[in-house]
Design a protein around this ligand. Structure first.
Ligand code: FAD
Length: 385
C-alpha cells in the first residue's frame, strides 16, 4: 500500500512517520523549498506528546522541551500576581509533561525522523484526481505522483479541502492579532520554569520556557483585520498597545528582535464533518483550523496521524472504509477542540468585556484546580488517553 502525503508541516510529517510505522510506503510532497513556520514556538500538550512518544520521538522531544513547572497570571497594568500554581497535578493526572518547543526545532525533528532526503520539496499540488483503485496528484511543475490513497495535510489554506468538500470555505477572523517570537530568558521578566501571562483590556502577554535558555513570547491585541504589517514598527506598535503596562512587559518589548518577531491575524474555520472523499483524506489544519487559544491545533494534527495509521492498520474492509473510520473517530473530537478554543479566545480577548472582567476577577481566587481540570479534560479526550 502506498500513501501520498501532501504537506511537510506537523500534520504531514506526523502522518508520514505514523503510516510508515504501520507498514505503509509513504511519499511526502511539500510546496516550499524551505520550511518557514508561521510561529516561533508551540506548546505540545500531553495528548500531543503521547502521540510523538508513540511515533518514536520520546527522547528527541525531551531535548527540545522547556520546563513549564508552574503557571501564573498577573494583572497587566500593575504586574501584581493574580494566581500562581504548580503544573504537577496535571502531569500526575494525565501521565505526561507538556513541552513548549521552538517550532523550527520541532519541524526539524519530524523531518529528520522521517528522513530529510526523502521529503520532496518545491512540489506544490494543484490538482487531485482519483480512479477506482488509486489517486493522482499533479504539481505546479506538471509532474505527477500516484498512490493508493492521499493525505491532504496542506494546512489552513488547503487547496485539497475544496476538492473533498466540493465547496470553498472562508476562514473566520477571530478578532485579534498575535505577535510571537523567541527571546533569551531574563528572570526580571518572568521565572524560567513558569508559563507566565499578563492580562488586561482583552490583551495578553505570555512567556513560556523552551530549551536553550529561551522564552517563547507572544502578545495578543484585539484589532481590526488588515492593518499594515511593518517589521520596522513592531516595537513602537507594541509600546503603544501596552502603554502603562507593568515593567516586565516593557522589558520584554525592549528585549525582542523585530526581525524575528512574527505578526499573525488569528483565524479559525467553522467545524465541518467531512474529511474524506474516496481515497483522499484531510488531516491537520486542512481538516480543522483553530485559534491557538488552547494550544491544540498542532496536537490535534498529531492525534489525527496516530488515529489514521491505526485505523488503516487495524481494518481490512479496504482503504476507503478505513479512511471513513478515521473520519468517524476524529470529527467530534476536533470540533470540540475548535469550539473550546473559540470560547477561550472570546473570553481572553474581551468579545464581551463584562465576561472578561469576570474572568480577571475569578483568577484572584484560582487555586489551579479549575484551570488544570479543564486542561486535563481536553488532554484526556485524545486518542491515547
Ligand atoms: P501547516 O503547519 O500549515 O503545514 C502545511 C504544509 O503544507 C506547509 O508546509 C505548506 O507549505 C504545505 N502546503 C500548503 N499547500 C500546499 C500544496 N498545495 N502542495 C504541497 N504542499 C502544500 N498548536 C499547538 O498544538 N500548540 C500551540 O501552542 C500552537 N500555537 C499556535 C500559535 C499560533 C500563533 C498559530 C498561528 C498556531 C498555533 N498552533 C498551535 C497551531 C499549529 O501551528 C497548527 O495547527 C499546525 O501547524 C498545523 O499543522 P499542519 O501540518 O496541518 O499545517
Amino acid at each position: 500500500m502506498k500513501a501520498i502525503v501532501i504537506g511537510g508541516g506537523i500534520g504531514g510529517m506526523s502522518s508520514a512517520i505514523a503510516l510508515e510505522k504501520a507498514g505503509i510506503d509513504v511519499e511526502v510532497y511539500e510546496a516550499v523549498q524551505e520550511m518557514k513556520p508561521v510561529g516561533a514556538a508551540i506548546s505540545i500538550w500531553p495528548n500531543g506528546v503521547k502521540c510523538l512518544n508513540a511515533l518514536g520521538m520520546k527522547a528527541a522531544l525531551r531535548e527540545l522541551g522547556g520546563n513549564m513547572a508552574f503557571m501564573a497570571y498577573h494583572d497587566g497594568a500593575t504586574g501584581v500576581p493574580l494566581t500562581r500554581f504548580s503544573m504537577a497535578p496535571l502531569v500526575q493526572q494525565v501521565g505526561e509533561y507538556p513541552y513548549p518547543v521552538a517550532r523550527a526545532e520541532l519541524q526539524a525533528m519530524l523531518i529528520d525522523t522521517f528522513g530529510r532526503e526523502r521529503v520532496q520539496f518545491g512540489k506544490r499540488v494543484i490538482q487531485v484526481e482519483q480512479t477506482a483503485d488509486g489517486v493522482i496528484a499533479t504539481f505546479s511543475d506538471n509532474s505527477q505522483a500516484t498512490g493508493d490513497f492521499l493525505i491532504a495535510a496542506d494546512g489552513t489554506h488547503s487547496v485539497i479541502r475544496e476538492y473533498v468538500l466540493e465547496e470553498k470555505l472562508e476562514r473566520r477572523y477571530a478578532g485579534y492579532v498575535n505577535w510571537n517570537g523567541l527571546v533569551t530568558i531574563d528572570e526580571r521578566i518572568a521565572p524560567a520554569d513558569q508559563w507566565t501571562t499578563f492580562v488586561g483590556d482583552g490583551k495578553r502577554v505570555s512567556l513560556m520556557p523552551v530549551s536553550g535558555n529561551r522564552f517563547y513570547f507572544f502578545f495578543d491585541v484585539p484589532l481590526p483585520k488588515g492593518l499594515p504589517q511593518d517589521r520596522s514598527t513592531v516595537k513602537a506598535d507594541l509600546t503603544g498597545y501596552f502603554q502603562g503596562w507593568a515593567e516586565p512587559v516593557q522589558q520584554l518589548i525592549a528585549a525582542i528582535n523585530p526581525d524575528t518577531t512574527n505578526r499573525v491575524e488569528i483565524h479559525d474555520i467553522e467545524p465541518f464533518s467531512r474529511f474524506v472523499k474516496g481515497r483522499v483524506a484531510l488531516l491537520g489544519d486542512a481538516a480543522h483550523s483553530t485559534t491557538p487559544d488552547i494550544g491544540q491545533g498542532g496536537c490535534a494534527a498529531m492525534e489525527d496521524a496516530v488515529v489514521l495509521a491505526s485505523t488503516l492498520a487495524s481494518h481490512s474492509l479496504g482503504i476507503e472504509d478505513a479512511l471513513l473510520r478515521y473520519q468517524a473517530r476524529r470529527v467530534e473530537r476536533v470540533k470540540d477542540l475548535v469550539l473550546k478554543a473559540r470560547k477561550r479566545c472570546d473570553v481572553t480577548h474581551a468579545r464581551d468585556p463584562a465576561v472578561t472582567a469576570e474572568w480577571y476577577q475569578s483568577l484572584k481566587n484560582e487555586t489551579g484546580e479549575r484551570v488544570l481540570a479543564g486542561m486535563c479534560e481536553t488532554i484526556e479526550g485524545g486518542p491515547l488517553g
